[in-house]
Ligand binder design. Structure first.
Ligand code: NA7
Length: 552
């Protein structure tokens, strides 16, 4: 690849798990790059999510980088599920240890990225008014980074303090003696509710959809436990790379319906007592594909809610119904259901009494005014596509990415979207992303992207695009896979259903992390069928209109 002094090889966006690893791998491979990060520090999701109780829902031995044995060896995780602040510490350590910070310009937002078709390069404009030119544009902007406003009239009129969980201030917030309202009961809401119950004057939870919450069983790690984790890292990572969820537990094949009620009960009790986020989904092979099998888990969890919550009326409101277990991301929480036994916690069921508006003193539901001093919006994100469509990205013919994706994001393999050459998405729509271990998905994507860029450099290839037919084939495959599961039965953020006006298309690839990794590797080994590789002008080096069904 010809080097021009003012043209870099890559612009990377973001300094979270994805951005940091992209910087590491690409610079190791000899690429010159500039990374931009809108925050004033590293962390990505964990830079912004600082709300009380914020922690990851995967165990630290899975949710961490696997690329460096040295890093694994020297880092001590204090708890099974690290807190947001612990994850920031870890990512700061990674940035320092590998000397990545010098490549990052902080406090700088990427505002636009325009592809120059003649020169085959991206012109990136940032919030400091500067432009940077690079051969490749690599947004590692995360799947959950653009907070979704709650679309409730009157928000601006509220006189008290208000916060979104995804944009939490850097200072401590004092909730004691305050009447706090939390809107939203997804993972963020569940965590903040548990952290604030008993720590404020009164907590009102505004629940639109009851979710399945399973025990986290978080605990500190003793030195012996940490040693065990260290000793098994290599084996654990090797297995994880091949499994469906990117963790070291193989997916079962048995049907829940072949087991006796007693066998199922034992398995579910064990999952409740000893398991982790994916535990119930891993009890049987058909929990996510057979409604009757799924019901057995759903009913078990409803039974636990009935046992835990003293008021039968409140228990009934907390019971998730109307969507199968696991089709919205289940939440982790050890005390969630029991907080509703406290006299200072109120559950407001928005299905029965919807919010009408926010007023200076609180929230007005169809039942009247709830007076509040503080409002917490735990209302989620414009997930999977929001971070990219909020940047003015323009590809061939000046077409806007937001326009191309208006009726549903399309990519080939979740890596490249046709018409936007030399733009690589890290865990983009169409890849397993949030339906597998994110840190492992990120490493797999960045490794693939780096190898592809090296391949291009070695062969003088100046442009990579996705073949339109291959992209259509891949997205059809993504839909075919999900259609064999229950996931379409929930209005989840996987489907874009949480954002008004967003196209309802299931975007993550459900074929499994291991299967997906193999598809990506096979395609690279076969000379990138499904991609259009161009040397100069129109000369095509490698093309294929083969669809993924054939390539897979
Ligand atoms: P989620 O999981 O999208 O949860 C958002 C919650 O906010 C959910 O309960 C929504 O109810 C609720 N919500 C959203 N808008 C409103 C309005 N207007 N009124 C009332 N309630 C509303 O986001 P999280 O931040 O909790 O978690 C995101 C991911 O982070 C999670 O899946 C993990 O992967 C980590 P709804 O269900 O739409 O009825």
């Amino acid at each position: 690849m010809k080097k021009e002094s003012n043209v870099l090889d890559a612009v990377v966006v973001g300094a979270g798990f994805g951005g940091l690893y992209a910087i590491k791998r690409l610079t190791d491979a000899g690429f010159r790059l500039q990374a931009f990060e809108s925050g004033d520090g590293v962390g990505g999701t964990w830079y912004w999510n600082r709300y009380p109780g914020a922690r990851v829902d995967l165990e630290c031995w899975d949710y961490s980088y696997s690329f460096s044995p040295e890093l694994q060896d020297e880092w001590d995780w204090p708890e099974r599920y690290p807190t947001s602040s612990e994850l920031r510490k870890y990512l700061n350590h990674v940035a320092d240890h590998f000397d990545l910070r010098r490549h990052i310009q902080f406090n700088t937002r990427v505002e636009s990225a325009v592809f120059d078709e003649r020169e085959n390069l991206w012109v990136v404009t940032t919030s400091d008014g500067k432009t940077t030119k690079a051969r490749f544009f690599v947004p590692a902007t995360g799947v959950l980074s653009v907070p979704k406003p709650p679309e409730i009239p009157g928000i601006e009129s509220f006189r008290g303090e208000s916060y979104h969980t995804g944009r939490w201030p850097h200072h401590d917030v004092d909730f004691s003696n305050k009447r706090v309202g939390v809107i939203g009961t997804g993972s963020s809401g569940i965590q903040v509710i548990q952290a604030l119950a008993g720590k404020c004057k009164h907590l009102s939870v505004f629940q639109r959809t009851a979710v399945y919450v399973v025990p986290a069983k978080n605990h500190p790690l003793t030195p012996e436990m940490r040693e065990r984790v260290r000793a098994t890292y290599a084996e654990r990572r090797a297995v994880s790379r091949l499994t469906r969820f990117g963790i070291a537990v193989p997916f079962p094949v048995e049907s829940a319906l072949d087991a006796t009620p007693e066998e199922r009960r034992k398995k579910y009790e064990n999952a409740w007592e000893n398991s982790q986020l994916l535990g119930f989904r891993m009890c049987y092979g058909d929990i996510l594909s057979n409604e009757e099998a799924n019901d057995t888990v759903a009913e078990f969890i409803r039974g636990r809610i009935r046992e835990t919550v003293k008021s039968p009326e409140i228990a009934e409101k907390l019971m998730p119904r109307g969507f199968p277990f696991g089709t919205k991301r289940p939440c982790l929480g050890d005390t969630y259901y029991s907080v509703y036994n406290r006299p200072d916690v109120t559950l407001v069921d928005l299905k029965a009494t919807p919010i009408e508006r926010i007023v200076p003193d609180g929230i007005v539901t169809s039942e009247g005014l709830q007076q509040l001093d503080c409002l917490i919006y735990a209302t989620g994100y414009d997930a999977l596509t929001g971070a990219l469509t909020h940047i003015d990205v323009r590809g061939i013919g000046g077409r806007q990415l937001a326009d191309k994706w208006a009726s549903g994001a399309k990519t080939y393999l979740g890596l490249v979207t046709s018409g936007f050459p030399n733009l690589f998405t890290v865990t983009g729509p169409g890849s397993p992303g949030p339906l597998a271990n994110m840190s492992m998905s990120i490493e797999q994507h960045v490794d693939w992207i780096t190898a592809c860029m090296v391949h291009m450099r070695e062969r003088g290839i100046r442009r990579i695009d996705a073949d339109h037919q291959a992209e259509e084939g891949w997205m059809q495959h993504v839909q075919d896979v999900v259609s064999k599961t229950l996931y379409m039965k929930a209005n989840s953020w996987y489907i874009g259903a949480n954002v008004p006006g967003k196209a309802h298309v299931f975007l993550p690839y459900l074929g499994g992390h291991g299967t997906y990794r193999k598809k990506c590797d096979d395609i690279a080994a076969a000379g990138y069928p499904g991609f259009v590789l161009t040397t100069n002008g129109e000369a095509q080096v490698e093309t294929s209109s083969e669809t993924i069904g054939d390539a897979a």
